[in-house]
Design a protein around this ligand. Structure first.
Ligand code: ADP
Ligand code: MG
Length: 292
C-alpha cells in the first residue's frame, strides 16, 4: 500500500470537510482566546493605570503639601513672626520636598522616553569607583540612622567605564537606596565592584533585608510595581527606580539581575560589557565612534 492512495474518495472528502471544520473551530477558538487575552491585558493595563494614578497622587501630594504649608507660614512671617531657626528649618523642608518632587517628575519623564526609544545617553569615560564612593557617602547618614552597616569595596585599582556618569550614579543611588530602605536595623549592605578577567565590570549590591520571591522580583522590575504596598507606602517611593535602573544599564550594553529570596536578603548584580563588546554593540547603542 506504500505510496498508494490513502482511503476511498468518500473517506477523503469526509476527512477534507472534517479538517476544514476543525480548522474553522481552531480559528474561532484562537480568535476567542485572542479576544480574551486582549481583555485580560486591558484589565491589567487599567488596574496598573489606576494604581499608578493613586500612587502618583500620593507621591506628588506629600511633597507639594509640604511646600504649600511651610511657604504659607513663611509668607505670614510679617503678621506672625517666626523665630530665626524655624525660618531656616522651613526653608530646608521646602527645598527637600521640591527636590523630591523634581526627582519624581524626572523619573516619569525618563521612563516615558525610555519606553518610546527616545532616551539618549551622554557617553563619556567615568570613574566607577568615584561614583560608588559618592553614592555610598550620600547614603552613609541614612544607613547610620537606620542602624545598618554600609560597606564599599572596589579593590585596589580605579575602575573606568564608558557610559553616562550621571545616569550610572542615578542607578547605583537607587539600588543602594533600596538596599537600605528594605533592610532592617542591625543588617548590612555591601557594595562591591570588580573588573573581571574578560574586562567586563561587575558591581554587586548585597543586602540582608526582607528579600523577594521570584514573582515579586517580576513585579519590582515592572514600571510602578511595588511588592508590598503597605511596607512601601510607609517607606515612600514610586516603584519607578528599578525598571529605570535596568533600562539604563541595558542602554549601556550591560545587564541588571536580581537574586533574592524572601527573608534572606537581595543581591543586585550589574555588569558593564568589556570595551571590545561595547565596540561591537556601538551601532545598537547609538554610540559615536571614538575620535582621534
Ligand atoms: N533590596 C531590596 N529588597 C527588598 N525589596 C526590594 C529591594 N529593592 C526593591 N525592592 C522592591 O521592589 C519595589 C520597587 O523598587 P523601586 O523600583 O526602586 O521602587 P521604590 O523604591 O520607589 O519603591 C520596592 O517597592 C520593593 O518592594
Ligand atoms: Mg527605589
Amino acid at each position: 500500500m506504500l505510496g498508494g492512495p490513502i482511503g476511498s474518495g468518500k473517506t477523503n472528502s469526509l476527512m477534507g470537510s472534517y479538517s476544514l471544520k476543525l480548522g474553522e473551530a481552531v480559528l474561532r477558538s484562537r480568535t476567542r482566546n485572542a479576544q480574551k487575552s486582549a481583555r485580560i491585558e486591558a484589565d491589567i493595563a487599567n488596574r496598573i493605570k489606576s494604581e499608578f494614578i493613586s500612587n502618583m497622587s500620593h507621591e506628588l501630594r506629600t511633597p507639594l503639601n509640604t511646600v504649600i504649608g511651610f511657604s504659607k507660614l513663611l509668607a505670614d512671617h510679617d503678621r506672625r513672626p517666626l523665630p530665626q531657626k524655624d525660618i531656616v528649618e522651613y526653608a530646608q523642608l521646602i527645598q527637600d520636598a521640591s527636590s523630591n518632587l523634581l526627582t519624581i517628575i524626572n523619573d516619569i519623564l525618563d521612563i516615558s522616553k525610555i519606553q518610546s526609544g527616545h532616551f539618549r545617553l551622554n557617553w563619556q569615560e567615568a570613574n566607577l569607583d568615584e561614583i560608588l564612593e559618592s553614592v555610598t557617602s550620600q547614603y552613609r547618614m541614612l544607613a547610620d540612622e537606620a542602624g545598618i552597616a554600609l560597606d564599599l569595596d572596589y579593590g585596589e585599582r580605579a575602575i573606568v567605564i564608558r557610559g553616562d556618569a550621571q545616569k550610572v550614579r542615578q542607578v547605583f543611588g537607587n539600588l543602594v537606596g533600596n538596599a537600605i530602605k528594605f533592610t532592617e536595623r542591625g543588617g548590612n549592605v555591601v557594595v562591591s565592584a570588580r573588573e573581571m578577567a574578560d574586562e567586563s565590570i561587575k558591581v554587586v549590591i548585597a543586602d540582608t533585608g526582607v528579600g523577594m520571591d521570584m514573582q515579586e522580583i517580576d513585579v519590582a522590575l515592572s514600571p510602578f510595581g511595588q511588592v508590598d504596598g503597605k511596607r512601601t507606602r510607609w517607606r515612600e517611593g514610586t516603584g519607578l527606580g528599578l525598571p529605570i535602573a535596568k533600562a539604563l544599564i541595558e542602554l549601556h550594553g550591560g545587564t541588571l539581575v536580581i537574586e533574592s529570596a524572601k527573608g534572606s536578603g537581595t543581591t543586585v548584580c550589574v555588569t558593564f560589557p568589556p570595551p571590545s563588546m561595547l565596540e561591537m554593540m556601538r551601532h545598537d547603542l547609538g554610540l559615536k565612534p571614538k575620535r582621534g
